[in-house]
Design a protein around this ligand. Structure first.
Ligand SMILES: [Mg+2]
Length: 156
């Protein structure tokens, strides 16, 4: 199965917002990749790999796929694919006069998307794709995701 993650305020979080963080990368990488990961990200990703999940990033930001993959690679995480703002515009919105949702995971056959944005959750209900909303600091966030993956896998 395929699972995608939003970046800003989902995996990339700030200490001043009350989050516990994964340790920073070592110099000089910490100067290049300044975003910090929510504590529990590394263990969760390893766990998802063991569960044979594909791990995607789906962000409305315009960070390049190369940058995003490289950042995670420095943490030992392989990202299978990246949909950024440019790719979404070219592949989801293009050719539609009416505005498409800001993210449309089912276009990429993504089974589950993780996001902090309530509107993405609401779009999921409307357009029929699965979203878990992960927002403020919460020690159970990774468990919620694992549990949802297990449920989806167990479904006939
Ligand atoms: Mg976000």
């Amino acid at each position: 199965m395929r699972i995608s993650f939003d970046l800003d305020d989902t995996l990339f979080v700030a200490e001043e917002d009350g989050f516990t963080l994964e340790p920073p990368l070592k110099f000089p990488w910490n100067r290049i990749y300044t975003e910090r990961l929510r504590a529990g990200t590394l263990e969760l990703m390893q766990h998802l790999r063991e569960m044979h999940c594909e791990i995607w990033v789906y962000t409305t930001s315009f960070r390049s796929p190369f940058y995003i993959r490289s950042l995670f690679r420095h943490y030992g995480i392989r990202i299978d694919d990246v949909v950024n703002g440019a790719r979404h515009a070219a592949e989801v919105q293009a050719g539609h006069a009416e505005p498409m949702p800001s993210k449309y995971p089912s276009h990429y056959r993504i089974d589950l998307h993780i996001d902090d944005d309530r509107s993405v959750l609401e779009n999921g209900r409307y357009y029929g794709f699965r979203v878990i909303q992960i927002g403020p600091p919460d020690d159970t966030w990774a468990d919620q995701i694992i549990e949802a993956v297990q449920k989806i896998k167990a479904a006939p």
